[in-house]
Structure formats: structure tokens, C-alpha cells
Ligand binder design. Structure first.
Ligand SMILES: [Zn+2]
Length: 286
């Protein structure tokens, strides 16, 4: 499932491919024909992301709002020579001479006004991938809530961009009891989680995959520092998941297997509609 790093990587790819020039906008599948006609041939000014929401500004104060949901995919790939690729189930297609962006299966795909964009963004909590984000806004909501922290981290009105994988893994990294009420979480714990997300999520953007294990995080950071990460970022097209690093997590989808730290059994339970994975022995902090 796409988390915030996916949306941010997508906005960067859209800017690289389309920003600053007119774009042919269509709906090969037909479901978005009306919306596509409102944007067709307009100049795409800039794409940006806030959590799992994508906002693409076109000239004339028209905005495209996309939310991929659980199964949506938005691939941005070089256009085959002088060919128009098959449409199939493509809800929205952006195209110029060099690039094709195909959106399939989104939860939201709509043309909206600037006022509507502001309204949607006002409902969202701070996004660790945005430089303007304020973690205290999330902390205020967490401290006022009796809901478990594992549920709050998934609530996009509290914190925008974190999905199930980052939720499970970051709670484990800080050894936090996922069932603790928000009101019982120490502010220093929250700020440590936030700082960790601010460090981890850009690696997700750079490599097109969620990295949370210390050894992989260290390797990824080294590649960012020496510049080789940029080559991976450039080849991640959005047509597939990144695979530069082995797909490996502390807990995610490891039900019944031994905790990598203490050896006790990884457990799972539905929290906020998704399977939470946790270690009952390691995760006791609040
Ligand atoms: Zn453990």
C-alpha cells in the first residue's frame, strides 16, 4: 500500500516529466473524461504532496487532487517512440512528447479549486516529509486522545503520510507499547518518533521502498551522502516497487516468527483497520 513516501516520490517524478509545459490530459478508461477535459492542454505548474494526497497545480488555478488509496498506481515512464500506449483501465493520463503518466485505481481523482485544496490540507496533520511541518500539532492531538498510539499514528488528521508499515516499524524502533493511550505517551517519546520519521521517510522517497532496519538505514544513508542514491531515485519510475534493498522488516508481516531482538513471538491484531505487528516483550515504553 502506498504511504507518504510514495506520494512525495510521485510528485517529484511528475515535476521532472511535466512541470512548466502544456500537458495532454485524457481519460482512456472514460471515467474521468469530464475532469480531463478541464485540464487538457493547460500548463502543469507544480505537483506537491501532503501525506497521501497529491496536488497538481495547472494554470488558471485548476488543481488535480489524487489519493491512491490501497491499490491505486500512478506510473510516470518515458514515452515509447511516437507511440500512444494502450489505455486499458487508465483513469487519467498525462502525456507530452517524452513522458506518459498513467493513473489506475485511485480512491480520489478530481479537479478542484485552490479553496478546496486549502480545505483538504487543513484537515491533514503534519507530514514528516514536508519542511514546513510542525510535530507539536500532532502531539497536541495525541495527548488529548484516549485512543491507542498505534491507531493515532494511522489517523491522517493527526499525522499525514504514515501507513501501516511505518507505523509498526517505528513503534518497534522506539520500543513503544502500541496499545498505550495517546494521553499516556511521553512528549519526548513522540518527538523521538517524529525525528525518526523525518530521517527514515526521505530514504523511502529516494529508494522507492520503506527502509527501517538499522543496517539497511545505515547503508542507504551512506549512499545518500556519497551521491549514489540519486541514480536509484532517477530510475524508480513508479511502475514498480524499489528493490535495491532486500525487503526486510523488524516486524511487518512476520506474525509467529521470532522477534529479531528478543526472540519472542511476533504478534498481530487488527488496529485501525490494518494488521498491527508488535513484540509484547520489547515494546513496553510509553
Ligand atoms: Zn522483541
Amino acid at each position: 500500500m502506498p504511504e507518504g513516501h510514495t506520494t512525495h516520490a510521485l510528485s517529484a517524478r511528475l515535476n521532472h516529466a511535466f512541470a512548466g509545459s502544456p500537458v495532454a490530459v485524457s481519460s482512456p478508461q472514460g471515467k474521468f473524461a469530464g475532469g480531463a477535459a478541464l485540464l487538457d492542454r493547460l500548463t502543469l505548474l507544480e505537483a506537491s504532496a501532503w501525506g497521501k494526497h497529491l496536488f497538481v497545480e495547472f494554470e488558471g488555478e485548476r488543481w488535480l487532487n489524487v489519493h491512491l488509496g490501497l491499490i491505486g498506481k500512478f506510473s510516470v515512464v518515458p514515452r515509447p517512440d511516437d507511440q500512444v500506449p494502450a489505455g486499458g483501465q487508465v483513469r487519467l493520463r498525462l502525456m507530452n512528447d517524452a513522458w506518459v503518466g498513467d493513473l489506475r485505481g485511485p480512491t480520489v481523482c478530481a479537479v478542484v479549486t485552490a479553496a478546496k485544496v486549502a480545505q483538504i490540507q487543513a484537515r491533514l496533520g503534519p507530514d514528516p516529509l514536508r519542511p514546513d511541518a510542525d510535530p507539536d500539532l500532532a502531539l497536541l492531538k495525541i495527548l488529548r486522545s484516549a485512543r491507542p498510539i498505534a491507531e493515532l499514528l494511522m489517523d491522517q488528521a493527526v499525522l499525514a503520510g504514515v501507513g501501516n508499515v511505518y507505523r509498526c516499524e517505528v513503534l518497534f524502533r522506539h520500543r513503544v507499547d502500541p496499545f498505550r493511550a495517546g494521553s499516556e505517551i511521553r512528549p519526548t517519546t513522540w518527538l523521538a518518533i517524529w525525528d525518526d520519521l523525518v530521517a527514515l521517510m526521505p530514504l523511502g522517497v529516494a529508494f522507492g521502498q520503506i527502509l527501517t532496519m538499522d543496517d539497511q538505514v545505515a547503508d542507504a544513508l551512506a549512499e545518500v551522502v556519497d551521491g549514489s542514491a540519486a541514480a536509484h531515485t532517477a530510475v524508480v519510475t513508479g511502475a514498480q516497487l524499489g528493490d535495491h534493498f532486500e525487503r526486510r522488516f523488524y516486524l511487518y508481516k512476520r506474525t509467529g516468527e521470532p522477534c529479531r531482538v528478543c526472540g519472542s513471538t511476533v504478534r498481530t491484531q487488527l488496529v485501525a483497520g490494518r494488521n498491527l505487528f508488535w513484540c509484547g516483550r520489547c515494546q513496553r515504553r510509553r
